[in-house]
Ligand binder design. Structure first.
Ligand code: PYC
Length: 333
């Protein structure tokens, strides 16, 4: 890592939210940090970690913020590359973040209308900026490795879930017994932290050996046979009109996703396809715990499930982050 000689580091950043979930985009990259998204991901998890922590943590950031660094393209036909990170490290892909970055670059006049190939550490995605401001992201191929696995959650009992990849790894659970409501996010977070620890203790991993670092609780509007689901217990909990599922997603840093989670929605689409519940071209509407929504469709390409997620983002801040090496709360080297 080469930093300008102890002068304060000034980084142009534009914040946005996608269906409620924030993205902080470093629109001019990080000074002197170049390479493929995989190389930059390794640098951010390595020598650049103190800088990224200063950007993401208090007092400049907050725990549920997702960061994105925009990179010059390295692959033929790509418009740009991007690496996402949160309060504890990098992400493989980020659906809400991709929508936020595309909306941000478009608002700055740096991205023309139309389709753009975007490189990420886990493969290229294609974003389409619609005339109404919505953004579609054709994600990396998604897959299910276990359709139903039992996990013993100490103090709760056994829950079952699917293990699926949508650009990150997810444990997707339906028999959680939780009301998914905005006034229960602390309880839901605590529950999902225990589910994730139980997955880890059970040795569950992705088929690439990675930990299962996201947990997705879902309540579906209809069961597998197509019958309307009942509200959960006496909570009156139900899925919003027109939505197919209401979800709560725990992210790796023990924060919850305010959006329906683009990679989580993609992983769910892979499960639905594996279960024969979603036809190519049909739309799946997934709600967040806040009631914000993504629409998802998919194509089969060479036998692989390729989901497309659509949602909206809005710019909330445009300015500069200043990291002064003399600041006692910053340790850059
Ligand atoms: O939208 O894919 C997503 C995501 C991952 C973590 C937070 N949001």
């Amino acid at each position: 890592m080469t930093l300008p000689n102890h002068a304060p580091l000034r980084l142009r950043c534009v914040d946005s939210h996608t269906e409620g979930e924030p993205t902080r985009t470093l629109v001019d990259g990080l000074p002197g940090l170049a390479g493929t998204p995989c190389e930059v991901r390794a640098a951010i998890d390595g020598t650049w970690a103190p800088v990224v922590r200063a950007i993401m943590h208090e007092p400049r950031g907050y725990a549920w913020l997702v960061g994105a660094v925009v990179l010059p393209p390295t692959a033929p036909g790509a418009s740009f590359g991007v690496v996402f990170f949160n309060n504890i490290g990098t992400l493989g892909m980020c659906g809400h973040g991709t929508i936020g970055v595309v909306r941000t670059l478009s608002a700055l006049g740096r991205l023309a209308a139309g389709e753009h190939l975007i490189e990420t550490p886990v493969g290229s995605v294609v974003a389409h900026m619609h005339a109404d401001g919505r953004v579609s992201v054709r994600n990396v191929p998604s897959r299910v490795t276990h359709r139903r696995v039992a996990v013993e959650v100490p103090g709760h009992g056994v829950v079952h879930g699917a293990i699926a990849w949508g650009g990150n790894w997810f444990f997707i659970c339906h028999d959680h017994g939780q009301a998914i409501a905005a006034d229960r996010v602390q309880e839901l977070t605590a529950f999902c932290v225990r589910v994730r620890a139980a997955c880890d203790a059970a040795g569950l991993r992705g088929d690439d050996g990675s930990p299962i670092d996201h947990v997705e609780l879902s309540i579906d509007a209809h069961d597998a046979a197509g019958h309307p689901s009942h509200p959960l217990g006496d909570s009156g909990q139900h899925v919003g009109p027109g939505a197919d599922a209401r979800t709560f997603v725990l992210c790796p840093g023990a924060e919850w996703d305010r959006s329906p989670c683009g990679t989580g929605t993609s992983a769910r689409v892979a499960c639905l396809v594996a279960d024969g519940r979603l036809a190519p071209g049909a739309t799946w509407v997934q709600e967040s715990v806040l009631g914000t929504r993504f629409e998802a469709t998919y194509d089969m390409v060479g036998g692989e499930i390729v989901p497309t997620i659509t949602g909206s983002a809005h710019v909330t801040f445009d300015g500069w982050i200043v990291i002064d090496p003399a600041d006692p709360l910053v340790r850059l080297v």
